[in-house]
Write a protein that binds this ligand. Structure first.
Ligand code: NDP
Ligand SMILES: O=C(O)C1=N[C@H](C(=O)O)C[C@H](O)C1
Length: 273
């Protein structure tokens, strides 16, 4: 069987380089295209050389529209603006997408849903198996303890991260709020300072740490009177996200249209809570 042809957007980024290496090592995938933004000094460099795996015959291109015929699935971990541009191109060309970019606005998320009418898209703020397992555990913990416990979501990432709270933390909040029948927009509290007054019981708190080269850590407290449950995940290497994205690329290649996330890719969607 012919391998699935994969393009990596943002090839020079922290995730881009890791994705090239992971996709090259994944059975059934072949990296056939890679892009960076048009001003990048990396344009023309072989994507494999950039990722430290040796030449693979895929030079970095300055725009995706030059290579639309060269791939089946785009893996995109870039910026919201770049992702929206790529989404439009992939929708018109009916190329599949795996989107890991976080910090999308509600309108940008809506644009992804609209594009999924015409092509198939996996959109997930975290592609690691462990975090997706945590989403299931959080749903259960919220149902069992949510009414008695104060819920706080703490996340830590490297100093270069530009969005906060992380996409993963926000999704954790959504999972918990859904399980409890609360509207996250109404109950979320982002950081605290000054004379805040006592904690309102229904709120879900978010705390953000940005420090050093921290890859990605999330911890959720369910703190009741006399006991506390903590559900925590630590990513120690970006390869965990990249392997998940490659798994998603293989999976989405089998779908013509529709929006999915890693719960679908991992077969966790229909499991009883
Ligand atoms: N879903 C998941 O599992 C994960 C998601 N992420 C998310 O992925 C995103 C990227 O993270 P990270 O790799 O750390 O960030 P980086 O800033 O290291 O990488 C982003 C790359 O995209 C490039 N870029 C910007 N505009 C374009 C464009 N128009 N076309 C092509 N490339 C472009 C940037 O170039 P330049 O720097 O020159 O502007 C940069 O090289 C973030 O939103 C992050 O939150 C990260 C890890 C896991
Ligand atoms: O920017 C990162 O690095 C990460 N971003 C994702 C997020 O915002 O949740 C996932 C991961 O934690 C790494």
């Amino acid at each position: 069987m012919e391998p699935i042809r994969v393009a990596v957007a943002g090839a020079g980024g922290r995730m881009g380089r890791t994705l090239i290496s992971a996709a090259h090592a994944t059975d059934g995938l072949s990296v056939t295209a890679a892009t960076e933004h048009s001003d990048s000094s990396l344009v023309g460099v072989d994507a494999g050389e950039l990722a430290g795996i040796g030449p693979i015959g895929a030079p970095i291109r300055p725009d995706l529209d030059e290579v639309l015929a060269d791939f089946d699935v785009l893996i995109d971990f870039t910026t919201p603006r770049a992702t929206m541009h790529h989404l439009e191109l992939c929708r018109d060309a009916r190329c599949r997408m795996v989107i890991g970019t976080t910090g999308l606005t509600p309108e940008q998320r809506e644009a992804v849903s609209e594009a999924a009418i015409d092509t198939a898209v996996v959109l997930a703020p975290n592609m690691s198996v462990g975090v997706n397992l945590c989403f299931k555990l959080l749903d259960l913990a919220a149902r069992v303890m949510g009414d008695e416990a104060d819920i706080e979501i703490i996340e830590a990432h490297h100093r270069h991260k530009v969005d906060a709270p992380s996409g993963t933390a926000l999704r954790m909040g959504e999972v918990i709020a859904d399980a409890l029948g609360r509207d996250l927009g109404e109950v979320a509290v982002y950081g605290r300072e000054g004379h805040t007054g006592a904690r309102e019981r229904q709120t879900i708190g978010f705390e953000t740490i940005r420090a050093g080269d921290t890859v990605g850590e999330h911890s959720v407290w369910f703190a009741a009177d006399g006991e506390r449950v903590e559900i925590a995940h630590k990513a120690t290497n970006r390869m965990t996200f990249a392997r998940g994205a490659c798994r998603a690329a293989r999976w989405i290649a089998e779908h013509e249209r529709g929006q999915f996330d890693m719960q679908d890719v991992l077969g966790l969607r229909d499991q009883a809570n």
